[in-house]
Design a protein around this ligand. Sequence first.
Ligand SMILES: NC(=O)c1ccc[n+]([C@@H]2O[C@H](COP(=O)([O-])OP(=O)(O)OC[C@H]3O[C@@H](n4cnc5c(N)ncnc54)[C@H](OP(=O)(O)O)[C@@H]3O)[C@@H](O)[C@H]2O)c1
Length: 338
Amino acid sequence: MSAIMNRRFILAARPDGLPQESDFRLEDSPLPVPGPGQIVIRNHYASLDPAIRGWLDDTPSYLPPVALGDAVRASTIGTVEASHVDRFAPGDWVMGLNRIEQYSVVTPDDFMHPIDVMLAPSVTSYLSAMGAVGLTAWFGVSEIMKPRAGQTLLVSGAAGAVGSMVGQLAKLQGARVVGIAGGAAKCARLIDHYGFDAAIDYRGKDVAALAADIGAACPQGIDHVYENVGGTCLDAALLHINTQAQIILCGLIAEYNGDPQGARNIWQLIVKTATMRGYLLTEFVDRFPEGSRAIAALIAQGKLLFDEHIEDGIDRAYPAFMRLFDGSNDGKMILKLA
Ligand SMILES: NC(=O)c1ccc[n+]([C@@H]2O[C@H](COP(=O)([O-])OP(=O)(O)OC[C@H]3O[C@@H](n4cnc5c(N)ncnc54)[C@H](OP(=O)(O)O)[C@@H]3O)[C@@H](O)[C@H]2O)c1
């Protein structure tokens, strides 16, 4: 195996604000020979997630920061090339938290597991609907928010991977669903493609203007806020919450490349005796198989749509990653490596 050259997407410097291309480099290095207890994975696809931005900073988080000089961490799916572990055989499809690199030599951890590609609508769906983003939406809606018929749910980042599934799942539970997204095309897509009841374009709007639009789109007020963005979106949403509303903080992408922006209207939580709570998918790690089965069933029944934006080649890692922050991704951002 040592003759194989492995192209890797390396963190060269810690980004200050929006990541620059010079913060990364592509590096070719010989693949190490796997030792006892290790397997070699040929990575076919990597999941590009907003969370990666947080892992590039040397700040306390739920995972250690990516080390300078190491390949950037990402969930990948791939095939086993060589194995010194009984439960993994060459040719098996596996998913795990690896790195953005063509091959990974790893000691399998709790995140590494085989996947049955015959059960999924596509291999890549294990990084989208059947993977972390789908599960995030599923457990967030069905276990935390539990919206009821007649209630209104507002979701930001609505046209993205998590947001589009949150809206559809909440609709299936009978809620009225309003989405916030960037631009007229994404807003039209929310209604025409994903079946949202209303959509609001946040771009170019301050809190007052966005709050006015939210008020018009949510005449009965908001019972559930599923927050993926923060900043202006959260500040404006809080001005329209109902008594005992639930606000779930899933992500704050507006803050990932800069200073904290919100929440400036949290006094509304007191006025409306509302609850705001943070949410991390790993809360439900023991129930992932159950969630994946539920999502697969809804997809098979044609009740849940999902979209993927696949960029081809590890050399495209930087521009593909940056799509998450300029909004030019149309669906779950995935990088094809093999
Ligand atoms: N808590 C968890 O366990 C968990 C798990 C997965 C994901 N998340 C979070 O869920 C959120 C969505 O993730 P995703 O993977 O589904 O990504 P995504 O929505 O597919 O892509 C990111 C989108 O965020 C929007 N965006 C980027 N910068 C923005 C800004 N400054 N202000 C407003 N919108 C901005 C863009 O859409 P527009 O064109 O609409 O601006 C972009 O397309 C992220 O905050 C992520 O961190 C949390």
